[in-house]
Design a protein around this ligand. Sequence first.
Ligand SMILES: [Zn+2]
Length: 293
Amino acid sequence: MRQFEQGKLIHVLSERQLRERVFIIVQEVRACYSHLNDPYALARELGYKVVESSSASSPMFEGASLDHVIFLRTYDCLNEERKRFTLYHEICHGLLRKDEWFWSVLHDQFKSDRDFSYVKERLCNIGAAEFLLPRSSISNILASEGVSVAHISKLANQFRASKLATAIQIADCATHECIMVVATRMLDFTQNLSRLIEFPGSNKPRLVVEYSMPSTTTKYKVARYVPIRSNSIIASAEEAPAGVMLTGRDLVPFKFRTRWEVEVEAVRLGSRIYALFNLKPPQPVDDRQLSLF
Ligand SMILES: [Zn+2]
C-alpha cells in the first residue's frame, strides 16, 4: 500500500509484508552461505568480529552490534541455543540496515523512536528464527507429520533452537487456520501499578499469554498478557507431567471477542505451556502416496 504524507509518497507495509521481506533477506544470505549453519562462522564471513564477554552494563543485555563488532554475553544462564539465537538476531540488525529500501520504509512507517525500535527488534527475532528454523524445512516436515505441539521438542533438538522459537515457527508455517498460544506464569505488573492499596497475594505470578502466533491464513489474534482461566486446558496442561499432550475443546483466550470453542492440544515443556487452537481442522498429512484425484 502507498499513502501520501506531507506531500511525500510513502510505502506502508503490512505486518505480513514486513515479515516476508525479512524472510527474503535471510533466505538470500542462506543461499550465498549455504555451507554455514553456524552463526559464529556466518558472522565471520559477513565481516563481524564476535566479542564474548561475561560482564554487561545491564542485566537485560544479551547482545549488541556496532559497526563490525557483535558483543555477546556469555553468562551461564544464556545457554547455547539462546546464544545462537542472539547472534543471528545481531546479524539481522546488520542485514536489515543494509537493505536501504526496507530501512527507509521502516523509518517512514514508524516515526517514533520507540515504535521503530520495537518493530526492528521484532523483525530481528523473526530473522533469527528463520536462520535457525528455515520455513522451507519446517513446512516440509509439517506436510508429512501434521501440525502439532507434539513436534516442538523433537524439532527444537533437531534444529538446535529453543522450544519457544520452534513453536512460533510451527504456527507460522501451518497452512490451516490456527493460533499457537504460549502461556507462562508472570507477575501482573500493570495491575499492581494501577492499585493504590496492595492486596495480599497480588504479587503471585499469574498464568497469562506470553506470546501467540496466528498462522498466515488466520485473521484473529490473541493478545499478550491475557489471563488464562483456571478451568482451561492450558491450566490442566500446567498441572500435567511435562511432555504429556492434552487434547479437547476449549475457548480461544481472546481478550474481547465472544466465546469461540475449538479443538485444542496443549503440552507443558519446562515452565511454559504450548497450546495450539485449531480454528479450522488441520490439513490431512501428505503420506507421500500417489493421489488419484
Ligand atoms: Zn536487537
